[in-house]
Design a protein around this ligand. Structure first.
Ligand code: BGC
Length: 264
C-alpha cells in the first residue's frame, strides 16, 4: 500500500464509517464500510466496533478518526450522543490498543470544517466563518480568517426560555424523532441562527452533516442577515483524513497538537 494512504474513520452517534483515503488527492479508494454504533455507546463497545471497521480493511497503518465530542489532547472531554463513561478516556490510546494501529483523533465537526474550508465551499473565505454539522447531534467548527478555533460546541448553546441546549431542539436526530416538518424544523433552526448572530456576528455559516443536503427544503425559513450556504457533498472519512494530513503539514490549524508529533 502507498505511504500516502491512511484509513479515515468517522465515529458518529449512529454509525462508524471507514474508508481508505489517498491523502495526496483526498480521494477514497474502494468502498466505504459502515457499522451501526453500538448502544449503549460505551468506550468498550465502541472500541470493538471501531476495531471491526479497521479489520474489514485488513489495515495495519495509520488511522485518522473524527470523534463526536470535545477532544483535548486525545482525551474525550464531553459525551452528548455517546455514553457518559467516555469522559476522561484517552481515546487515542484506547483505539490504538483495540486495533494495533496508530490512531489519531480530532473532533468530527472540526475535521469536516477543515476539509470544507480547504477544499470545499469555504475555500478562501475570510472573516468569521462557522461550519455547523447537522446530524445525530449539532457539531460546530469556527474559523477566523481561515484559522480554526478548535473544539467549539455551538450545538450546546442555551436558547432563550429553554432549559435544554440547542442540539436537543434542532439536530437532525431530534427532527426525525419528533417527526418535524421542514417548516417546523426550519423555523426552529432560524431562531438558532439568530441566536448565533447575537453571540458571534458571523460573516458566513456553512451547513454540513446529513441534513445539509435538504437545504432547499428549509432555506425559505431562514432570514438572518449573514450568508448561510450548504456544503457540497463531503465524505466524512475524507474529511477526517484531510484534517489529519493538514495537521501534519500545517501546525497552526491543528486541533490536537499530539497528532503532529505522532505523525512527524
Ligand atoms: C458533540 C460535538 C460533536 C457533534 C456532532 C455533539 O453532541 O458535543 O462534539 O461535534 O455532536 O457529532
Amino acid at each position: 500500500m502507498k505511504e500516502s494512504i491512511i484509513l479515515g474513520v468517522d465515529i458518529g452517534g449512529s454509525g462508524i464509517k471507514g474508508g481508505l483515503i489517498d491523502i495526496t488527492t483526498g480521494q477514497m479508494i474502494g468502498e466505504r464500510f459502515r457499522l451501526e454504533t453500538p448502544q449503549p455507546a460505551t468506550p468498550e463497545a465502541m472500541a470493538q466496533t471501531f476495531a471491526a471497521v479497521v479489520a474489514h480493511f485488513e489495515w495495519k497503518g495509520a488511522v485518522g478518526a473524527g470523534f463526536p465530542a470535545i477532544v483535548h489532547n486525545g482525551v474525550a472531554m464531553s459525551a452528548s450522543n455517546i455514553h457518559e463513561t467516555w469522559i476522561g478516556i484517552q481515546i487515542e490510546r484506547l483505539l490504538s490498543e483495540a486495533t494495533g494501529c496508530k490512531v489519531h483523533v480530532v473532533n468530527d465537526a472540526d475535521a469536516a470544517g477543515i476539509a470544507i474550508m480547504r477544499y470545499g465551499i469555504g475555500k478562501g473565505e475570510k472573516g468569521v466563518v462557522v461550519v455547523l454539522t447537522i446530524g445525530t447531534g449539532i457539531g460546530s467548527a469556527m474559523f477566523v480568517d481561515g484559522q480554526l478555533v478548535p473544539n467549539t460546541e455551538f450545538g450546546h448553546l442555551y436558547m432563550r426560555n429553554k432549559k435544554e441546549v440547542a442540539e436537543k431542539q434542532i439536530s437532525g436526530g431530534v427532527r426525525k424523532a419528533q417527526g418535524l416538518s421542514w417548516q417546523s424544523w426550519g423555523k426552529r433552526f432560524n431562531k438558532y441562527l439568530h441566536h448565533l448572530d447575537r453571540l458571534l456576528s458571523p460573516d458566513l455559516v456553512i451547513l454540513g452533516g446529513g441534513d445539509s443536503k435538504y437545504f432547499d427544503q428549509y432555506e425559505k425559513y431562514i432570514n438572518v442577515d449573514y450568508i448561510v450556504k450548504p456544503a457540497t457533498y463531503l465524505n466524512k472519512a475524507g474529511a477526517v483524513s484531510t484534517a489529519f494530513m493538514l495537521g501534519k503539514q500545517n501546525r497552526e490549524i491543528l486541533p490536537n497538537d499530539s497528532l503532529v508529533e505522532k505523525m512527524a
